[in-house]
Design a protein around this ligand. Structure first.
Ligand SMILES: Nc1ncnc2c1ncn2[C@@H]1O[C@H](COP(=O)(O)OP(=O)(O)OP(=O)(O)O)[C@@H](O)[C@H]1O
Ligand SMILES: CC(C)(CO)[C@@H](O)C(=O)[O-]
Ligand code: BAL
Length: 284
């Protein structure tokens, strides 16, 4: 596995691969890799014969007071895992490489989809994500890019961005990898204390309770969201949101919507955890 830090080096390697007739998959990450990330690598491998994983803790998607400085940076351990997984290139750029003119003035901002869920609590977050992913797409120019469904809103925004900006890249969503007790894997789980870690699967369990209620006919989604949020708070979560949303628009679901996503974000001690479930209701 090659470890590249410069934009020009990556472009050169990709040009060589193209010349040799290879297909290229990209898996963008912020590092501190876990089995969820490796499942994205395996998915990329299913579609392409050359895989690039990027590791970049992108400053423009963190708001003031968020954990940019504290975000775990474990490049050597990550590189070892990727080498073992058979990845061809690890692209780990510096901030200067990704933002060559300093403070960024060119932004990719996807309207509307960013207004809900995490977008409401993290203003500017998805603008930072869409901008940096555009830069990565521009550098690597992959055939396929793989993202996790754990970040459901991110995936929806990036799909829209790729379609509207005419990136000739197929975006693939990969299912959320979970610990044995159902907790969605996340780099930030490492910040949980032992007691918090034992409680953390309750987030997923509450989403399953909500899904069961909807399957059994509950259509007062606002009341359901409130019930779930109150119960999470009683279990020690500091809830940002619990939302039953339209899976396409991400707006709060109406009773006639059929494709739903039930999503939540809540702080448990230090980290903010997110999770979601999707649900298709039969035509009314
Ligand atoms: N449990 C998981 N299963 C599948 N994909 C995941 C999982 N966790 C993260 N991903 C995906 O990996 C990619 C990189 O995410 P990232 O590096 O932010 O990891 P993370 O563990 O989500 O970190 P954090 O939650 O602390 O931001 C994203 O596409 C994300 O959706
Ligand atoms: C897609 C991404 C790598 C962009 O920085 C990040 O938002 C993430 O890790 O999900
Ligand atoms: N996986 C989401 C990236 C972030 O929380 O900034």
């Amino acid at each position: 596995m090659e470890q590249l830090h410069g934009v020009a080096e990556v472009r050169e390697r990709v040009a060589q691969w193209r010349h040799e007739g290879h297909t290229i998959g990209l898996v963008p990450t912020m590092g501190n890799l876990h089995d969820g990330h490796l499942s994205l690598v395996r998915e990329a491998r299913r579609h392409c014969d050359r895989v690039v994983v990027s590791i970049f803790v992108n400053p423009t998607q963190f708001g003031p007071g968020e954990d940019f400085d504290a975000y775990p940076r474990t490049l050597d351990a990550d590189a070892a895992r990727l080498r073992e997984a058979g990845v061809e290139v690890l692209f780990a750029p510096t901030v200067e490489a990704m933002y060559p003119l300093g403070a960024n003035r060119t932004w990719v901002d996807v309207d509307a989809l960013g207004d809900y869920l995490c977008g409401a609590d993290r203003p500017g977050h998805f603008r930072g994500v869409a901008t940096v992913v555009s830069k990565l797409f521009n550098i690597v120019q992959p055939d396929v890019a793989v993202f996790g469904e754990k970040d459901f809103q991110q995936l929806a925004i990036l799909r829209r961005m790729a379609a509207e900006l005419l990136f000739p890249i197929r975006l693939i969503g990969a299912p959320t990898a979970r610990e044995a007790d159902g907790l969605a894997m996340s780099s930030r789980n490492g910040f949980l204390t032992e007691t918090e870690r034992a409680r953390a699967p309750l987030l997923q369990q509450h989403l399953q309770d909500a899904r069961r209620a909807v399957e059994q006919g509950e259509r007062d989604y606002r009341a359901l969201e409130k019930r779930i949020a109150v119960s999470l708070a009683e279990h020690g979560f500091d809830v940002d949101y619990v939302t039953v949303a339209n899976a396409t628009t991400l707006a709060p679901a109406a009773s006639e919507d059929r494709e739903l996503v039930i999503a939540a974000a809540a702080r448990l001690g230090r980290p903010r955890l997110i999770d979601n479930l999707t649900l298709s209701l039969p035509a009314a």
